[in-house]
Design a protein around this ligand. Sequence first.
Ligand code: GLU
Length: 283
Amino acid sequence: MLTRFAPSPTGDLHLGHAYSAALAHAAARAAGGGFRIRIDDIDGSRSREAFVAASLADLAWLGIDWDGDPIRQSAHLGAYAAALEELRSRGLVYPCFCTRADIAASLAAPHGPSGAIYPGTCRPLSEAERARRLADEQHCWRLDMARAVAVAGDLRWEEAGQGPRFADPLAHGDVVLARKDAPASYHLASTLDDAAMGVTHVIRGADLVASTDVHRLLQALLALPTPLYRHHALVCGADGKRLAKRDAAASLASLREAGGDGRALAADLVAGRLPTGYSLQMP
Ligand code: GLU
């Protein structure tokens, strides 16, 4: 068994991250398995080196140890580009030239699990028009979801302890797989890296359960293995809302500075005991 914790270095880690990391770490160690850290830093405009160091210090404070050096997504851009090229050569992705404003304007927007569903404006463009516009227009690459689902075959995945789920990626519409400022989307980078790292168990928040449908589809398209998934409840504050990076009081740095015992906190979290004022809830 191998699992991982994959923070994005765009802010301080909070109790919700600690819960996720502690669960994954405890599951790995209880099974005599591996636990790795992956730094999800493909978004170069928002990732900060200071948050990488702070996140690793927070994990160490929690008594969480990891195997090998942390892996960085920013070192894998070649693998993401190769996968995108493969999907492109099979006619499964297309360039989209719409601006955010174009999309907002064209939508009496139906919303899917990952936000507004793209109306498909650029899907029917001719190859000639694409080639002409690719030369000088900003663009992203979208998955042609209907085509992808048609060629993908069996999209079953398994939620640990609950049995099979049947992925419904069509609900997401034509998701973005890459753009200029982020050469792979979360979906593409995460799916490729989980496979490259040999991750057998993905343990992460239930806010990502819908994303798993897209990841399962990408696994099918790219002939990658499917890990077992466990989507856990989310840590919520006194207002009942899930924690966000702006909730400074719940940041691990502030708990540490207040003299907290990180190891005891991690053990409590794994046992489902949360500090006063916090609760676990399924979204
Ligand atoms: N970097 C992602 C996040 O922080 C990782 C999600 C995942 O575990 O797949 O939300």
